[in-house]
Design a protein around this ligand. Structure first.
Ligand code: 5GP
Ligand code: MN
Length: 347
């Protein structure tokens, strides 16, 4: 039995918002990942089943390897079709905000989202959501927005309307946000939900294969290069830094998503508790942080890189050169060392 995640009052309120809406838009965070796209498409699928006019709008492009999910080709990418996206958000009567906790996470779409006259519902699992929605369903203790969404759908009494395509989308987010169930994945309910998705016809092994056995050789070569030539280890502080310049990325014909998971690799080394991946983009440096145990990678992201995230997975931005970003991280090594010591003690 999967406990209901919404109170009766919340379920009635969300049910009413959906019933009364005819034009619905679903938005997720910039640089959408499997959880952002999976939850958006699962909800898109369900609301389409319910006869609604519904569109998924993402701030920028989604990773190509998610294209197998039903509805992906209908996603409207704001950075490519800003006028149409503005029109949709302007005339929507309900907007779902999935997998992000503050308006700035939709990047260049922030003003348009905030200006939309639609009622807004947040469904998310990041810490400390900002109060920008009419209804906020925030559960940081749940490892993916997809899992949370499944539980919301059950609370709304709509489990029966969930199709196989929606089940595959939900499973995608559950799997990707837990590193294929290798972290944040020890809740028995997670597996009860997977069992329900399999009963819907989900082939979970096929989803894994679509996502992970579909690589271009250059992607593997880029990751191997990064690990063998660009990984700096700081054993005394339990830290690792990997950095890649635009020139290096271009050399391996980098595509969005190619370095997904790279930041986790150094954590597989004994006594490495903190890993940073620093990537040069056109006008900023993107920083991805991961940690083990109680090491708070989100604190580093918040305090030094204008970002945020979860305890063990966070990120932020740096304005300057790639070298300056790496130097900024290295300056933090004494702090990182003491956080590592603390996490070791608590493990
Ligand atoms: P990733 O390293 O996969 O890009 O991001 C991991 C997590 O860190 C995301 O799920 C998100 O919670 C958080 N995150 C990444 N980048 C940013 C950022 O620029 N700002 C904020 N607030 N959070 C971020
Ligand atoms: Mn997520």
């Amino acid at each position: 039995m999967i406990p209901k995640i919404l109170t009766k009052v919340q379920a009635d309120e969300m049910g009413r918002l959906i019933d009364e809406a005819s034009r619905i838009v679903i938005v997720c965070h910039v640089a959408p990942d499997g959880d952002a796209i999976g939850s958006s498409l699962a909800l898109w699928n369900l609301l389409t089943e319910l006869g609604k006019d519904v569109h998924v709008v993402t701030p920028d492009a989604y990773p190509a390897d998610l294209r197998f999910l039903k509805g992906c080709k209908d996603i409207l990418v704001y950075s490519q079709y800003a006028d149409f996206a503005k029109e949709l958000l302007g005339r929507a009567d309900l907007v779902f905000c999935l997998d992000f906790n503050e308006p700035k996470r939709v990047d260049q779409m922030e003003a348009v989202l905030c200006a939309s006259p639609a009622k807004k519902v947040l469904i998310d699992h990041h810490l400390a959501p900002k109060p920008f929605c009419d209804m906020t369903v925030s559960h940081p203790e749940i490892s993916s927005t997809c899992e949370l969404l499944f539980r919301v759908i059950c609370s709304l009494g709509l489990f029966d309307r969930l199709t196989l395509d929606a089940a595959a989308a939900i499973y995608t987010g559950m799997m990707t946000d837990t590193g294929n169930f290798t972290y944040n994945s020890n809740s028995p309910e997670t597996y009860l939900i997977i069992a329900e998705l399999i009963k819907k016809g989900l082939n979970k092994d096929a989803v894994y294969a679509r996502l992970h056995n579909n690589n271009r050789a250059e992607k593997l070569q880029l990751n191997s290069y990064a690990i063998s030539k660009k990984m700096e280890l700081f054993p005394l502080q339990g830290a690792a830094i990997i950095s890649l310049s635009q020139r290096e990325l271009n050399h391996y014909r980098y595509q969005k998503g190619d370095t997904e998971g790279l930041v986790n690799v150094p954590l597989s080394i004994e006594n490495i508790y903190f890993s940073a991946f620093v990537r040069e983009e056109t006008n900023l440096i993107k920083i991805s942080l991961r940690s083990k145990g109680t090491f708070p990678s989100n604190k580093i992201a918040e305090e030094y890189f204008n970002g945020g995230g979860h305890l063990n997975a966070a990120g932020g931005e740096f304005f300057g050169t790639l070298q300056e970003a790496c130097d900024a991280l290295k300056k933090l090594l004494p702090l990182i060392g003491s956080l590592t010591e603390q996490a070791k003690k608590e493990s």
